[in-house]
Design a protein around this ligand. Sequence first.
Ligand SMILES: [Zn+2]
Length: 123
Amino acid sequence: MKKLFSRREAVLLLSLLLIAGALFLILFLLRGEGDGEWDAVIRYRGQTVARLPLDVDTEYEFECEEGVNRIVVRDGAVLVESADCKNQICVHHGTLVPADADVDFISCAPHRLLIVIERRGSE
Ligand SMILES: [Zn+2]
């Protein structure tokens, strides 16, 4: 009887370990997924006009009454490839990556355009 009881205990313990392992795996996977999800957020006159996932290479032509900016997402970074604004500051900025999310942004003042990087689901 004593042996049977300890086997039951062992099964219980194994089950608990499996559950703990599964929970750990789920948490790990969720966290890993969260780390990769960043969006380039395009704002015009303070309004969000587009969210471009940084994990999908894409091109976005932003048009407003002030002009046009050609925004490109490539290899997890966003940049303004070309624009018809006077100062070209947005084009000369170069790429913006998630590591810069808290300290940097691309702005095109003549077009009242702002590009920031945000974690997906943060808005
Ligand atoms: Zn510009």
